[in-house]
Design a binder for this molecule. Structure first.
Ligand SMILES: Cc1cc2nc3c(=O)[nH]c(=O)nc-3n(C[C@H](O)[C@H](O)[C@H](O)COP(=O)(O)OP(=O)(O)OC[C@H]3O[C@@H](n4cnc5c(N)ncnc54)[C@H](O)[C@@H]3O)c2cc1C
Length: 407
């Protein structure tokens, strides 16, 4: 398609998170002489989202500022970009290359990057009240400020879910000295969908050993609220009740364009959104061909994945405008780490796709002494997990990583 009438081409990036910022920086690096506009419905420039649950803060009037300062991201102060913060893209017309904004304005683009991320899943609608609780979630800086304030007050907290955000939050709440109740109605313990039942049960024990009341199955279900709208129940007791039960890709603004939005935005190995030559997607929202399990698609919700796919989407877009060669394909190797109550948990590869697991070193009853697990599919290793308070089996884990990468 020819560029829009006028002077410089216009590139719109929807989502001012790390994937959007990295795409913008990659385009600038390719020296595309374009006007790049980043749209973000939050009021903040890009910040380090993982940092929101990683640290306890001392009591201070300046708590909000301290958190914001801590999660600053290098390069977000970039003035070569036009930031449209607090501006939501309501709908997109990909055929006519127009974005419709929450301000009532429109934005015509030559190139588009979709980096709108995900939002927390929640079991309530509307004002977030179920009758018993005011349901809260944690995704953004504003949520984190509110939650840190409440935890500093030493309030009792109930957390629904046992994924990464739930476990980090529970760990943080214990550091603040709060009483913690975790409810996991669907699975046996933390990360079961990724690491399997045996490891998950061991991690559940780890939580319980650290004075967290961790309830599963019916015991958890009994304490979950009645969500029938016709039975609103008694008024909310105001206790801190946080749902961390997964996420939903932010794709509604793309409806009506004939895209495959069944699990985020479907892209090819260059992050291009077919059939459009000028539209790319990156980060948590992008669902791409998995380079590690050919024939499968994957959508990752990890910081490094957002960086790598953001870079690639930016380079691919620049290339589509005649700047630079066709870029290399996605090569992100999945790996992440977290810390839960002093236990470092590292995961690599694709354990979710395994059909068997093998304890390589250690004992699941003594997680703090180190446990290394290999995940296999049809006899071949496709993933690994390492849990330890120290670094006892670090070199064995690095060796496993090496063989995973070389597969
Ligand atoms: C509490 C927490 C802890 C985490 N810890 C880790 C960790 O330890 N390690 C790790 O690897 N990952 C972690 N993650 C995940 C990691 O933060 C994400 O993978 C990463 O931030 C994804 O970046 P993104 O740019 O794709 O999406 P996002 O960061 O979600 O950015 C998307 C932005 O787009 C905005 N947006 C959405 N729709 C629109 C629209 N229509 N118009 C305008 N703007 C829109 C959103 O509000 C958001 O600001 C954590 C996440 C959370 C919430």
């Amino acid at each position: 398609m020819p560029p829009l009438a006028g002077s410089r081409p216009r590139i719109g990036i929807v989502g001012s998170g790390i994937a959007g910022l990295r795409a913008a920086k990659a385009i600038l690096k390719c020296k595309v002489d374009a006007r790049i506009v980043l749209f973000g419905d939050e009021a903040h420039r890009t910040y380090n989202r993982p940092g929101l649950t990683k640290k306890r803060y001392p009591l201070s009037d300046a708590l909000d500022m301290m958190i914001a300062e801590d999660v600053k991201v290098n390069g977000a102060e970039n003035d070569a970009l036009t930031w449209r913060l607090g501006t939501r893209v309501e709908t997109a017309d990909l055929r006519d290359r127009i974005l419709h904004l929450s301000t009532g304005e429109t934005f015509e683009y030559d190139g588009l990057v979709i980096a709108s991320g995900v939002r927390p899943r929640t079991s309530v609608w509307g004002n977030g009240e179920c009758g018993l609780h005011a349901h809260r979630t944690l995704r953004g800086l504003d949520d984190a400020r509110y939650i840190h304030h409440r935890l500093q007050a030493g309030e009792k907290i109930t957390i629904v879910g046992a994924g990464f955000v739930a476990c980090e939050l529970a760990s943080l709440a214990k550091e603040y000295g709060c009483e913690v109740l975790m409810l996991e109605a669907l699975r046996s313990g933390p990360f079961e969908n990724i690491l399997g039942e045996r490891v998950s049960v061991a991690l559940g024990r780890w939580l319980a050993q650290h004075d967290i009341t961790f309830l599963t199955g019916d015991s958890a279900r009994e304490l979950l609220c009645d969500l029938q709208p016709s039975h609103p129940g008694p008024p909310s007791d105001g206790a801190l009740f946080i749902e961390a039960i997964g996420s939903v890709p932010n794709v509604e603004w793309l409806h009506g364009n004939g895209l495959d939005l069944s699990d985020g935005v479907r892209v090819d190995e260059y992050m291009r959104v077919a059939p459009w030559a000028n539209v790319f997607a990156a980060g948590d929202v992008a669902c791409y061909p998995d380079p590690w399990t050919p024939g499968n698609l994957t959508r990752m919700e990890f910081w490094k994945n957002a960086i790598d796919t953001g870079d690639l989407a930016g380079r691919s877009l620049a290339s589509s405008m005649g700047h630079g060669p066709v870029t290399s394909r996605i090569g992100y190797f999945p790996s992440m780490s977290t810390e839960v109550l002093g236990l470092r948990i590292q995961i690599a590869g694709n354990p979710r796709m395994s059909d068997a697991m093998e304890i390589v070193c250690g004992d699941l009853d003594q997680l703090d002494q180190g446990v290394l697990v290999a995940y296999l599919r049809e006899g071949a290793m496709i993933g690994a997990a390492y849990m330890d308070k120290g670094a006892r089996f670090n070199s064995a884990y690095i060796k496993l990583l090496k063989s995973l990468r070389e597969r």
